[in-house]
Design a protein around this ligand. Sequence first.
Ligand code: ADP
Ligand code: MG
Length: 386
Amino acid sequence: MTPPPGIDELAATFRSTFGAAPDGVWQAPGRVNLIGEHTDYNEGFVLPFAIDRTARVAVRIRPDSTVRLLSTFGNQGLTTADAGALNRATARGWTKYPLGVLWALQQRGLPVTGMDVLLDSDVPRGAGLSSSHAIECAVITALNELTGAGLGVQDMVLATQRAENDFVGAPTGIMDQSASLRGAAGHAVFLDCRDQSIRLVPFGAARAGLEMLVIDTKVSHSHAGGGYAARRSSCELGSEVLGVKSLRDVGLDDLAEAGGLLDDETFRRVRHVVTENDRVLQTVELLGSAGPQAIGHLLDASHASMRDDFEISCAELDLAVDAARSAGALGARMTGGGFGGSAIALTPVGAVRGVRAAVERSFAQAGYTAPDIFSVRPAAGAMRLA
Ligand code: ADP
Ligand code: MG
């Protein structure tokens, strides 16, 4: 088998850094959420897809308990740790992700094992495309194979969630790693966050003459902590007052009554979640019956709901969405947790240049930092490359 481009160089850098050949090279993708925002922790529906931007890791299992980690990004140097004394308080930067995975596997009974890891990723960092889960999913896929841990894909989903929640300290759900580990080329991953079941839904944008553009606004979503927690609390309050286990149990028909029971702000938070769940179901339905060209209005409605009801958009995201729509995108919405990060715009191939130019122009006119605009395709989930 001829290794994919760049793999020989990665292996060569690994050898010169660590003094031995890697046992293999694995990759895992970032993801875009097509629709279904802030529905995951309400036991609702999400529809992400794995993208053709990946984290690649060359990995060697060591005979001792030493862990050595290096990324090709930045000049962060080599990090060394002891697999027998993994410590979430002292782990720094990106090394939290591979160390968190090793820790989560140990919690499940993996014996102490050292390793050398070289990371090379082209998933944009902090843009809401889950560069962090790409790293975790590449590492867990490698370790699962190399240590003979024998986890099924769903166990790997749960182990990376444990790593994020309890080692990295990020209160995330299972969407990102489900897309990264279970995604398939030309498909979106329809995930029911209540029973954690998935169904692959054909999402052949290219066949329909469409491109999915990502517009990275460069507004960091790292200050979202307080806003994210506040939205979660509103949803909990809403389900408590409405007497349901989670907002998943509230239907469109219940909204009129809910309006009389909740304060205005909590009602609008609830209305976003309830209508968003419905939009995910409609999107899945339309992708099956009419194809991706039919879902634009649902992307637009999702954005309006996040802007007006859930209030997690920002001026840059709104401008990106409006400019893309005016220049011919079929639909556009912010994607990810909000307060910054990226928007997506489903765009006919012939309108791509115009949409790019319109977004760039409107950002320049508003005095915003120039956005990064690129297209993504629904791509395969995590795999071994060499
Ligand atoms: P997102 O997952 O949306 O990209 P996060 O804040 O969860 O945003 O993760 C971004 C972090 O992932 C970065 O701050 C960095 O620590 C780490 N990271 C991602 N890619 C790389 C890379 N190639 N090299 C080093 N660190 C990386
Ligand atoms: Mg992340």
